[in-house]
Write a protein that binds this ligand. Structure first.
Ligand SMILES: [Zn+2]
Length: 92
């Protein structure tokens, strides 16, 4: 079972959380007219075997949005922080 250390509530089972998607995707500027940029933002995702930044919401607890850095190979969690305080990494 995956356990996530919520900064507000402490360690909890992942059943209390909702996965919110890839946190490494950079959103285009609001007025970006390039449809290819919006296509990549909405539909194109990597499927990494290794460290991955993900949005999770603690829906059965404090309802905070978190960014979890999780290794997809073994589910080891390297860090958890509030999404509102962490800047997004822009993929290279
Ligand atoms: Zn919480």
């Amino acid at each position: 079972m995956l356990r996530i250390e919520c900064p507000c509530c402490g360690p909890r089972d992942h059943d209390e959380f909702r996965y919110g998607g890839d946190a490494s995707v950079a959103r285009p500027a609001h007025d970006d007219p390039d449809p290819e940029a919006w296509y990549r933002y909405v539909y194109v995702r990597n499927n990494p075997a290794g460290p991955h930044r993900e949005f999770w919401q603690h829906v059965s607890g404090c309802r905070q949005w978190l960014i979890v850095e999780r290794d997809t190979r073994n589910h080891t969690i390297a860090s958890v922080g509030f999404a509102r305080k962490m800047t997004r990494k822009v993929p290279a």
